[in-house]
Ligand binder design. Sequence first.
Ligand code: 9Z3
Length: 341
Amino acid sequence: MSESAPFSAESYFATQPPPASLEHDILGVRGFVQQQLKKDRNVVLVTSGGTTVPLELNVVRFLDNFSAGTRGATSAEYFLKAGYAVIFMHRQFSLQPFSRHYSHSTNPFLDFLEIETPPVASPDSTPQICVAKEKREDLMSVLTAYKSVQASGTLHTLAFVTVNDYLWLLRAVSQELSALRRRALYYLAAAVSDFFLPRQKMSEHKIQSGKGSLHIEMDQVPKILKSMVDEWTKDGFIVSFKLETDPALLIPKARAALKRYGHQLVIGNELHTRKYQVLFVTPSSHTSILDDLVDEDSAFTETWLRVDIPSTPSAVSQKEIEEDIVLELARRHSEWINEKK
Ligand code: 9Z3
């Protein structure tokens, strides 16, 4: 590919190699989708976490982004609670539903455990491991939900690392999910790199520092949402996220995405307030809840969704905004399904 011609989705997949596990992953998703079709369940694809952009074929260095996968992992739990089957496509080692409550950095699980030494006189004097009393209630509720999801077979997990893995997987999973037509929901919360280094431009070995400063020209990642809407999915309900750091750009960028790709909904969020407020942007026919502000040309409807900001940085917010996001999406998705019956 030359510097001037941007990659289309088609030229991207024709020139960039698929991940080694793709065929295996597709078979797993196909089996899962068949199970959910039999059980008549709605299925959501949740993408989550950041994507890397390797700079070398024998990769030592790569670009990455900030996302820990909180939005995706939290939303997946609420989708499961709302009765959805979930395909959770996440960045390897990012947060996952249920285990996210015991992340090694914020809530290390070893701190939950205690060693109990039986009285010397007891027949078995082997020390026992038990859960600290004050932690039992919370753990029991997470564990109960986790075990119930395992028993019902409603969660299927897939991992990606690079933006290339992500694009190949997204295409394949979307195509498999299209068997569900309107009953499929696509929830694209992963933080996807806008730029990448095509394989053909990558150096094979570790970039050497001998030449002084480093100049890398990256290509733009193709706008695959267009292909998702037009080719890979059939009537599915597609929700993308738009992340900005400049609040003034949020609405225009979200509207531009809807105009450009023709999908159902963009959820706008700003980096520093993303845990407490998000903006639902839809074409105006899909209106809903509280304080809707129809814009001048009435083409779009914007709805803020907010939860309380915790009073101190360490205080735990009583409510996770993903609970309301998912409830509202489930409502809109169900309307979408019933619209064409
Ligand atoms: C998001 O905007 C997600 O809400 C966050 C979640 C990545 C902010 P955390 O993992 O963060 O909970 O810390 N995801 C989409 C970001 C993205 O790459 N969007 C593209 C863009 O803004 C369009 S698909 O251009």
